[in-house]
Design a protein around this ligand. Structure first.
Ligand code: NDP
Length: 314
């Protein structure tokens, strides 16, 4: 079992983690970055990113993350594969167990573990996971060329996934529980203008069916009203795009989380309830959840960690 010490441990490798790494490295903190189960984070499963400043023609999510990673490496951030499996924030240096065996002792910690896709909670989602059920259109869309798929959700992610899938599939149902989309106007318009996408408003999913793989979905329109109507659609793929849950299970009981599991920040800073532990990005953002905001939060967390080290050196 190996044990290493660092002035700054950054847990997570999305825009927040890599930006924190760039700033902490340039501040001579020689940070270690635990890249986690999905290096690069959620953007590696995105197609085109059109709203990250500095890319007038847009950039793919994976390329943006490769660039951020390379920028962190340029300043000698120590990027390591590994997952934080336990933490002890009761005293400094903070102890973080990696992959259940190795230990990192860190003077400061920046948590940037992001968020993961939500599922509806239907037993059929587990039954058909990887057999027609997916939460990542860019990962799995290829398998549905010229087929029929459904996307659940009415936000920007759902619209983006529906549009991406429409470029491959023959038909895309967008299953929206409300009578309107929550997505930005520009995304809504693209969805409305796409003849391959059929929006099913006021509709919820009751279950899936099929021999071994998904062949269809049981839906209900206007559930619980006198207009309630249950019907089935034939589909080959069922994509979830109903938001994300913060990746904070390992920190439960160690720092303050809100009811939804997001890390609570102190005032106008990146400080958590534990002095010396900071947080950045979607794991602590209940409002914006944008790559550029996560990057900005990563910058703030690294600056806060640097100042904390000056004030409270070990
Ligand atoms: P959102 O929280 O914005 O939207 C989630 C959607 O899923 C809503 O339509 C919601 O319905 C629906 N939903 C939630 N739970 C259920 C359920 N149990 N059953 C059925 N439907 C459900 O999440 P997104 O992931 O879409 O977006 C998160 C953030 O990321 C947003 O700020 C968004 O703007 C941003 N984003 C920006 C992109 C871009 O600009 N290119 C791309 C992707 C995301 P309801 O409305 O009824 O609550």
């Amino acid at each position: 079992m190996a044990q290493i010490n660092t002035k700054c441990l950054i847990i997570g490798s999305g825009p927040a983690g890599y930006t924190a790494a760039i700033y902490a490295s340039r501040a001579n903190m020689a940070p270690i970055v635990l890249e986690g189960p999905a290096p690069g984070g959620q953007l590696t499963t995105t197609t085109e990113v059109e709203n990250f400043p500095g890319y007038p023609k847009g950039i793919t999510g994976p390329q943006l993350m490769d660039d951020l990673r390379a920028q962190a490496q340029r300043f000698d951030a120590d990027l390591r594969q590994g997952i934080a499996t336990a933490v002890d924030f009761s005293k400094r240096p903070f102890a973080v167990t990696v992959n259940g065996s190795d230990t990192v002792l860190a003077d400061t910690v920046i948590i940037a573990t992001g968020a993961s896709a939500r599922y509806l909670g239907l037993p059929d989602e587990q039954k058909y996971l990887g057999m027609g059920v997916s939460a990542c259109a860019t990962c799995d869309g290829f398998f549905y060329r010229n087929r029929t798929v459904a996307v659940v959700g009415g936000g920007d992610t759902a619209c983006e996934e529906a549009l991406y899938l429409a470029s491959l599939a023959e038909k895309v149902y967008l299953i929206v529980r409300k009578p309107y989309l929550r997505a930005s106007k520009v995304m809504q318009q693209r969805v409305f203008d796409n003849p391959k996408i059929q929006i099913l408003f006021n509709t919820n999913t009751l279950g899936l069916f099929g021999d071994e793989v998904v062949e269809g979905a049981h839906l209900v329109e206007y559930a619980g009203t006198d207009k309630e109507d249950k019907f089935d659609i034939s589909i080959d793929g069922f994509f979830l795009a109903i938001g994300h849950k913060p990746n904070t299970d390992v920190f439960r009981g160690q720092i303050e989380l809100d009811d939804a599991g997001f890390i609570v920040l102190k005032g106008n800073s990146s400080a958590t309830s534990v002095p010396g532990v900071f947080a950045a990005g979607d794991v602590a953002d209940t409002v914006y959840q944008q790559a550029v905001v996560a990057a900005g939060m990563g910058c703030r967390a690294a600056l806060d960690a640097e100042r904390f080290m000056l004030e409270y050196p070990l």
